[in-house]
Write a protein that binds this ligand. Structure first.
Ligand SMILES: [Zn+2]
Length: 121
């Protein structure tokens, strides 16, 4: 079990105490960056339900299950800023064979941050 291992999102915390809480629905992300980290970690652990729940209904695809063929190897958050109920997080998500560099937009709806969309750099 991944529970006590270091969280894949890179905070250095155990998974259970970091993104695991959000994946299990025991806590909601306090910031857009925390949500973004939990979405990256959801790709690593294969939690499509978490991706579904944290995706804006307007932009959400029908199938949010992560591609199991992609092996994620690390996350770098480059910048994060919030302005009221909107936020932007820039990150690099490393995987075997490449890196995904994205500026993601988030929105707070009914007190919960959700992913809206992003621009790949
Ligand atoms: Zn985490």
């Amino acid at each position: 079990m991944i529970g006590r291992q270091e969280c894949p999102c890179g905070t250095g915390q155990p998974y259970d105490a970091c993104c695991g809480r959000l994946h299990r629905g025991e806590a909601v992300a306090a910031t857009a960056e925390e949500l973004m980290r939990s979405r990256y970690a959801a790709h690593v652990v294969g939690d499509g339900d978490h991706l579904f729940r944290t995706w804006h209904p307007r932009t959400r695809p029908d199938d949010t299950d992560p591609d199991p063929r992609v092996r994620w190897t690390g996350l770098e958050v480059l910048a994060a800023s919030e302005d009221g109920d909107r936020a932007v997080v820039e990150f690099r998500a490393h995987h075997e064979g490449g890196v995904m560099h994205e500026v993601s937009r988030f929105e707070r709806r009914a007190g919960r941050w959700v992913y809206v969309d992003g621009d790949v750099r």
